[in-house]
Design a protein around this ligand. Structure first.
Ligand SMILES: [Zn+2]
Length: 295
């Protein structure tokens, strides 16, 4: 990873420790970042102006940039709360769950059976049936599709109120068709909501409302005793260019002004907390975390 995206360049100095990072997870907490598959799509979806034509090159690039987008979830073994899951990936056998037109645009580019959510959890020694709480950063299909494993259970599914409203509204009216699916936007879940900008869900775990990509998107801040502070930001930033180079999101952008404000806020948090920010789909940044145990 180049220095441009390097973490921890802004550690607090002179012994000053901000209260936002003093709220650390209890000793014994373990966090696993699990790969749950790969999508490939045209760069124009997540980088504004990607693959565009110009006056001097009216046909555009001879070869359009496409990029593999990794999908991940975060499994937290929390001593006082039990197993907590942040996001769920896109669900079992998703080429057959997604509408074929969507799957053609966001195509499964690499696949191993271990990318299925329950298998990925089992691989690090846990059972999906033991998950006590699910947190959803945003309800788009590649992050909430795996909720199918919790359908009809009493496992609380925490999501920002604005996101739940958007998801149900979009499915009911077709206002933002395709990105939210009626398969999981149902009343068969134990939905739990909050509407604060910053919400503490458990010791060491804080959610930050970062609207823009969607109305209710939330990043998860986790303060770990040994590994430090991470902020997993779902698709507030699909890839590194969105967050650190200021390249706005492409065709997947919704409320750009809100997104810009959220990004400014996120960069301030990175600086003041010394936090490591993890975008939603950046292979270069997420891959080094796979197979590690954060403590
Ligand atoms: Zn996504």
């Amino acid at each position: 990873m180049s220095d441009q995206y390097s973490f921890s360049q802004h550690q607090t100095q002179d012994g000053v420790i901000l209260p936002q990072v003093l709220n650390r997870c209890p000793p014994g907490t373990k966090a696993h970042v699990l790969c749950v598959g790969y999508l490939q799509a045209d760069a124009g979806f997540f980088l504004r102006g990607g693959n565009t034509s110009t006056y001097s090159n009216p046909d555009g690039p001879s070869k359009h940039e496409r990029r593999d987008l990794v999908m991940y979830v975060v499994l937290i073994d929390h001593p006082s709360e039990g197993l907590i899951l942040y996001e769920t990936g896109c669900g079992y056998d998703y080429p057959n769950v997604w509408p074929s037109a969507v799957h053609d645009v966001f195509h499964r580019s690499k696949y191993l059976p271990e990318h299925e959510l329950d298998t990925a959890i089992a691989k690090v020694g846990y059972n999906i049936k033991d998950v006590k709480m699910v947190i959803i950063g945003h309800l788009h299909l590649d992050h909430a599709g795996g909720l199918d494993k919790f359908k009809g259970t009493d496992v609380p599914i925490w999501v920002h109120k604005e996101e739940l409203l958007s998801g149900f509204y979009s499915v009911a009216t077709g206002a933002d068709a395709g990105v939210y699916l009626p398969t999981y936007m149902t009343t068969d879940y134990n939905w739990k909501t909050f509407d604060e900008r910053t919400t503490d869900l458990a010791q060491g775990l804080t959610l930050h409302h970062l609207p823009g990509h969607t109305a209710g998107l939330c990043g998860l801040q986790i303060n770990l005793i040994n590994s430090g502070t991470y902020i997993f930001v779902s698709d507030h930033g699909h890839v590194k260019e969105n967050i650190w180079q200021g390249v706005p999101q492409g065709w997947l952008a919704r409320d750009h002004q809100a997104w810009f404000n959220s990004n400014q806020r996120l960069l301030r948090m990175e600086k003041t907390m010394g936090a490591k920010i993890i975008p939603g789909h950046d292979e270069d940044i997420a891959t080094p975390l796979f197979g590690k145990v954060l403590t």
